[in-house]
Ligand binder design. Structure first.
Ligand SMILES: *Cc1c(COP(=O)(O)O)cnc(C)c1O
Ligand SMILES: [Zn+2]
Length: 447
C-alpha cells in the first residue's frame, strides 16, 4: 500500500503541505487548523465496489490490524503507517442499536443509535486516539525526540490517550479541570499510569496550557486540533453506511463540544462521495447543551461565532465555550444542510432517562442529542419515515453520578422518568403490597 500517501494541509487553504510525521498542529502561514489530505488519485486506482469489498472482507475479522473498524480502512486513514507500529484495541465495529420502541414514542419509524461508547475506554475517542498514538510510536521508532504525549480533556480524551499510550509504552500527561470530570473518567488515566494534572480552571483553560507545553516543551499534542484524530474518527461515517449495506441514512445527529467529531463525520462522508462509494449526503445535526452552546448561538446568528464561557452542565464532556474546530464544523454543517439544536439540563436528563426505559443506558451527551432530536421531530423538520442515526458518544457507565442523582431526586426536583428504589423491611406482606401497587400502575407506598 506504499503508493498511498497523506499529508497535512491548511484547512483554510494556504499553500504548502506538511509531513504528518513531524509535530505540527497549526498552519505556519495563518495559524489555523491543519487537515489531513490524501492522495485521492492513488486511492482511485481501486474502484468504489473494490473498496467496499476490501472493507467488508476485513470487517471484524482476525487478520491484524484490519479487524479494527479504524484499521480496516487503513489506506483511507494513515496509509504510510507500518503495521508494526499500529497501537490498536480493536476499536470501532460498534453496534447499531435499533431504537424501535423509542422511535415509535418519538414518531420515527427508522431510528438507530450508533453505540460508539461500546469501546475499549468507553467513548468514541478511541477511534481517533489509535491513529494518533500509532503515528507517535512510528515517529519515535524513526528517531523523533518526543518526551511524552499530552492532552487537555473533559475526561474521555484523557482516558483514551492514557490507555493507548500505556499499551505503546509512551509516557502520557493529562490535564483536567479539577472536580469537573466524573469519578470513572478520573480513575481511568490514574489506573493506566498517566501523569494526571488537575488544574483549578475549566477545559478551555487546560487547553491553553497544554498548547503551550506542546510549543515549548517537546511534548506531542493529542487534542483534536491535531487532525490525526479526525482521520480515525471519520471512519464512523463509513462504518454506519457499511452497516446499512452502503445505503446512506437521511439524518445523523451528534452531540458537539470541541466540534472535532462532527468535522470527522463530514470528512468520512466527503471521502465516500469523492471516491464514488455513495452519491448522496445525509443531513447532519449538532446538538449542544444550552449551558455550553457557542455553535448554536452562531447558527442562530448567521454563522457568526463568538466564544463564550461555558456554564456547568451534567454533559461535562461537551462543556466547552471556545471550540477549537469551530470553523471546520461550520463548513461541515453548510455542506450537509445542517441544523444546530440545544437542550436544557432538564430536557437532556429526561431524554436520557426516557430512552433508558427502552433498554439503552445513555450518557448525558447522548441525552443532549436525543432531546434535540425530539424537538426537531416535533416541529416537523424531520419526517417520520426518515432514517435517523443518533451518535451515542460514550457509555452511560462512565456517567453514573448524573443518573443516580436523577433517580434519587424527590419532590418538585424529581425528573419525569425518575425511578427510585422502594426500600422495605424484611417482610413478605410489605413486598406483596408493593408489588400490587406497582402492577396496578400506582406509585408504590414506602414502608
Ligand atoms: C469528546 C466528547 C464529545 C464531543 O466531541 P467533540 O469532538 O469535542 O465535539 C461528546 N460526547 C462525549 C462523550 C465525548 O467524550
Ligand atoms: Zn493557513
Amino acid at each position: 500500500m506504499s503508493h498511498y500517501r497523506a499529508v497535512f494541509r491548511c484547512a483554510a487553504g494556504c499553500e504548502g503541505e506538511h509531513s504528518i510525521w513531524r509535530p505540527i498542529y497549526r498552519c505556519p502561514t495563518c495559524g489555523g487548523l491543519l487537515q489531513v489530505v490524501h492522495d485521492m488519485d492513488a486511492l482511485r486506482s481501486r474502484t468504489a465496489p473494490g473498496w467496499m469489498r476490501v472493507f467488508e472482507d476485513r470487517y471484524k475479522r482476525t487478520a491484524w490490524p484490519y479487524g479494527s473498524g479504524v484499521w480496516g480502512k487503513k489506506e483511507w486513514v494513515c496509509p504510510e503507517l507500518r503495521n508494526e507500529n499500529v497501537v490498536s484495541m480493536d476499536e470501532g465495529g460498534t453496534n447499531l442499536f435499533w431504537a424501535d420502541r423509542l422511535g415509535r414514542e418519538m414518531g420515527l419509524a427508522d431510528l438507530w443509535v450508533k453505540m460508539c461508547g461500546n469501546s475499549h475506554t468507553g467513548s468514541f475517542k478511541d477511534l481517533g486516539m489509535t491513529v494518533l498514538v500509532s503515528v507517535v510510536k512510528q515517529m519515535i521508532a524513526d528517531g523523533a525526540g518526543i518526551r511524552a504525549v499530552a492532552c487537555a480533556s473533559t475526561g474521555d480524551t484523557s482516558a483514551a490517550l492514557s490507555a493507548y499510550a500505556a499499551a505503546a509504552g509512551i509516557p502520557a500527561i493529562v490535564i483536567l479541570p479539577r472536580g469537573l470530570v466524573t469519578t470513572a473518567q478520573l480513575v481511568q488515566p490514574l489506573a493506566n499510569g498517566a501523569t494526571v494534572l488537575a488544574l483549578d480552571t475549566d477545559f478551555d483553560g487546560c487547553m491553553r496550557i497544554v498548547q503551550r507545553l506542546a510549543e515549548e516543551e517537546g511534548v506531542y499534542l493529542a487534542n483534536s486540533m491535531n487532525s490525526l484524530r479526525i482521520e480515525g474518527q471519520k471512519t464512523v461515517a463509513i462504518e454506519i453506511v457499511q452497516q446499512f449495506d452502503w445505503e446512506v441514512p437521511d439524518v445523523v445527529i451528534i452531540p458537539g463540544g470541541n466540534l472535532g467529531n462532527v468535522s470527522a463525520l463530514g470528512a468520512g462522508f466527503d471521502m465516500m462521495i469523492e471516491l464514488g462509494l455513495i452519491a448522496k449526503r445525509p443531513r447532519i445535526i449538532v446538538a449542544q447543551a444550552a449551558a455550553a452552546n457557542p455553535l448554536y448561538r452562531a447558527y442562530k446568528n448567521g454563522w457568526r461565532f463568538e466564544p463564550i464561557t461555558a456554564a456547568p452542565t451534567v454533559a461535562s464532556a461537551i462543556r466547552i465555550g471556545n471550540p477549537v474546530s469551530i470553523h471546520k464544523a461550520i463548513a461541515t454543517l453548510q455542506r450537509y444542510n445542517g441544523i444546530v439544536e440545544e437542550a436544557t439540563e432538564d430536557e437532556l436528563q429526561d431524554a436520557a432517562a426516557r430512552a433508558d426505559r427502552t433498554g439503552l443506558f445513555n450518557c448525558p451527551h447522548t441525552g443532549v442529542a436525543l432531546a434535540a432530536l425530539d424537538k426537531i421531530v416535533s416541529r416537523g423538520d424531520i419526517a417520520s419515515h426518515e432514517r435517523v442515526i443518533v451518535i451515542s458518544t460514550a457509555t452511560g457507565l462512565k456517567f453514573t453520578e448524573f443518573k443516580v442523582a436523577y433517580h434519587s431526586a424527590t419532590g418538585h426536583e424529581a425528573g419525569r422518568f425518575a425511578n427510585p428504589p422502594i426500600e422495605l423491611p424484611n417482610d413478605y406482606d410489605a413486598v406483596r403490597r408493593a408489588l400490587d401497587h406497582v402492577t396496578r400502575g400506582e406509585q408504590a407506598v414506602r414502608a
